[in-house]
Write a protein that binds this ligand. Structure first.
Ligand code: CO
Length: 245
């Protein structure tokens, strides 16, 4: 699990430094697939329920599952890069939302609060804890920041399959759901909207967008439950001159 997830982290870090005005999301997808295959791994999303690409590239009001295309990024956009791999029979999964050049203060706050909410969720991971403690912590931080949590998509267990039990909602009451135990591996992935929480899926059957057209951000880490708490398997080291992605 560690090897697959470190690969995901490394590829996302490489993609993040490619993000710039004029770059297309298809170019990012091609780079992702090349890097994954060069490492001897396979894209986990490509072919999953018919998903056509290695990367989910979700721009601005796109929440998740944006299909890479000839769309060129523009200064001021935000883009979620979400990628999974399969390596030696095990899956890795992580996502990061990055700015394209200079972004508005409002967009920057959305990225910061979403990333922080993931940290708060991860902070709840310990043996004996409950699954809903994670979502409760995420929701509390997001709403304190004035943003809203997407309800329709959830995090998940991960291992020899991309999606395993339990589902991990990003909201709810604490103290509910299965107990966490040492050795479990979880993909925790808050999706946070600047405006209202409602989303809809476009006619392509994949791209989820905010109903009100507001910006949306998404961060995801795969973490292992250890006796000392969470071990983040998709931790990204600083690249590109110390940009924290
Ligand atoms: Co995931």
């Amino acid at each position: 699990m560690r090897v697959a997830n470190v690969l995901v982290a490394d590829v996302l870090a490489e993609l993040a430094v490619l993000v710039a005005p004029g770059v297309t999301t298809a170019e990012l997808d091609a780079a992702a697939e090349r890097l994954v295959r060069a490492a001897g791994a396979e894209p986990a999303f490509k072919g999953y329920r018919g998903y056509p690409a290695t990367l989910c590239a979700s721009v601005n009001e796109q929440v998740v599952h944006g299909i890479p295309s000839s769309r060129a990024l523009v200064e001021g956009d935000i883009i979620s890069l979400d990628m999974g791999v399969k390596l030696n029979g095990f899956f890795g999964d992580s996502a990061v939302t990055v700015p394209v050049g200079r972004i508005s203060d409002e967009a920057a706050a959305l990225l910061r609060v979403t990333r922080e909410s993931l940290d708060h969720g991860i902070g709840q991971v310990r043996p004996g804890g409950r699954v809903s403690d994670i979502g409760h912590a995420i929701q509390a931080h997001v709403e304190a920041g004035g943003f809203s949590v997407v309800r329709e998509f959830v995090g998940h267990g991960i291992g020899a399959s991309l999606h395993e039990e339990p589902q991990i909602a990003n909201y709810g009451e604490p103290g509910r759901g299965p107990r966490l135990a040492e050795g479990m591996v979880l993909a925790i992935e808050p999706m946070v909207n600047l405006g209202r929480p409602a989303v809809k899926v476009l006619g392509d059957g994949w791209t989820a967008v905010t109903r009100d057209g507001s910006l949306s951000a998404h961060f995801e880490h795969t973490v292992a439950v250890t006796k000392d708490g969470a071990l983040v398997l998709t931790q990204r080291s600083a690249v590109g001159g110390g940009v924290r992605v």
